[in-house]
Ligand binder design. Sequence first.
Ligand SMILES: Cc1cc2nc3c(=O)[nH]c(=O)nc-3n(C[C@H](O)[C@H](O)[C@H](O)COP(=O)(O)O)c2cc1C
Length: 362
Amino acid sequence: MWSRNDLTRRLRIDWPVLQAPMAGVSTPALAASVSEAGGLGSFAAGALSAEAVREGIRAIRVATSRPFAVNFFVPSGPDTPPGAEAFAAAAEAVRPFREELRLGPAATPSPPPPFEDQLEAALSEDVPVVSFTFGLPPAAILERLRRAGVFLLGTATTPAEAAAVEAAGCDAVVAQGAEAGGHRGGFPVAGDPPALIGTLALVPRVVDRVRIPVVAAGGITDGRGVAAALALGASAVQCGSAFLACAESGAPPAYRETVAAVDDGDRTTLTDAFSGRAARGVRNRFVAGLAGRPVLPFPFQNGLTRDLRAAAARAGDPGLLSMWVGQGPSPRAGTGAAEVLASLVRGAAAVLDALSRPGDCS
Ligand SMILES: Cc1cc2nc3c(=O)[nH]c(=O)nc-3n(C[C@H](O)[C@H](O)[C@H](O)COP(=O)(O)O)c2cc1C
């Protein structure tokens, strides 16, 4: 059966489909619906306090008894907040947009929630799967999670990063291609541009490089993409954009409408304007306006724009919202997450069936 392999058995899922963690967008209800329907739902805990991590995990558990993943950002930026001069320059760059939304001057962004506290929260809630992006945590943390029986998923954007994920003892690796919506999940090397290898090229390179199962991510929004990823040697896919416009998504209406609309060009671009770290999203007025302007390093730029993004969502202004989305076919709006998952699975089955019939792969 095409849908069963070592990874699906170890994760105890029916279908080789993981819903990507999507900070600010993927709700506990979304993760629970996907897991309940036989995929692996993910809860994006990267930007949350330990208390919010606990609450989210408990909310998922109320809705499903099936496995799910909790995702964290490995600390990758400077520990200390930016100096006054850097802050003033970045604040000046966002000032006109804040004024449009009738927001006062930007406040100095506070440091992100402590990583160790977030992980303690996940450990105390006995979560089955933890995924990381932006690198690897210290070995002692990975060891602790492993001893607690947690299945570990790392993210890689190059074969070398995938090898590091394997060497650190992770159970599987997400190979994130350049098409992917959201932040580039690679390991930060100060000053270097992010790796941008397309999914079609990256997945077989990673499959050739590591022995652990590979999960393909980036541009996969329908069954054709799922079938292609499996053909490249992936054991599963991780889809984010496919779930953005579904009923359980936390994306505001203006965001859902934008990403569900037909896209005949490439509406996306890589930008660090919202967060200080390269991410793929819709090229809107804010992104264009901040091109070449001073931006704080991640996660402080994220903190600097937080209230602006929230105000833009309240105002329904797609010009000022961060709208992360990948380059794949537009996701379907209005359906529930279980139906999105079922359609990915049905589509993949149909493609694989057609390809297996001699002379009929139209
Ligand atoms: C709105 C959005 C938010 C994201 N947030 C996260 C996150 O919090 N953690 C993470 O590991 N990946 C995050 N990603 C990246 C996804 O894990 C995944 O790589 C990506 O969605 C795959 O590409 P696709 O969107 O074309 O399916 C996000 C992606 C999107 C679209």
